[in-house]
Design a binder for this molecule. Sequence first.
Ligand SMILES: [Fe+2]
Length: 275
Amino acid sequence: MSADTNTFQNLPEGSLKVLQLTDCHLYADTSRCLLGMNTQETLNLVSAMALEQLGTPDMILATGDLVHDASETGYRRLRKQFARFGAPTFCLPGNHDIPEIMARLLNQDGISTIPSTQQGNWSLIFLDSTIPKKPGGHLDESQLKLLEDELQKHPDKHTLVCMHHHPIPVNSAWMDSMALNNPEPLFELLAKHKQVKGILCGHIHQEFEHNYHNLLLLGSPSTCIQFIAGQDKFGLADNPPGYRWLALLPDGEIRSGVELLPEMPEGLEFNSSGY
Ligand SMILES: [Fe+2]
């Protein structure tokens, strides 16, 4: 799609326009880089591109690894940056985040860490799939209960479930070793609630789209570094930073796509062996 095309054009009335920004990996110090890439600068560029291409969305979903060093300074700055979009913003934690600090600092200025929201014909549920100090993911009993309660509360709403970790393999052994480690109870639960249309993730730093048991599974590029898809070992891709847009239609259809910066920012350390 070209930059002058508005992805949110020609949508039926009642559609929700959603912007996903994920894996921003900010630091307290704005000059710090992740594998040679200045993550604050790339978030600034991706945010500006999203606003220009999409206008103000109906909501923003920030799906984890928001602040790489989990610093209070980083979260405060992120909150102010998100607030400038002027759209309700929902944040969930990734493995680099600390949920308690997020909850303390990301619940003002239109930003929140609440577990769900209902808008129009849709319900969006935000799960915490993190395991303290571990890169992989898990949905503990409290998160599975929260999910079940939300699904039972809103059976007539089309539903998008959001979490940081990917629940099915993405054909990349090193990344799949850090996937959600208990997808079975998740999919068992979702199979009982037919209103669920899709699952949206962060974590994998690459575009991913797959239909699985009538669910649309979406993974997304990071606002900073991207990983090589389909490769068993860690590797940095030369894809620029980007975002995903989603249009949630009133009949339950999900339209979605990703947009990347037109140019690769300089400095990425392609020979890095891990992060
Ligand atoms: Fe990440």
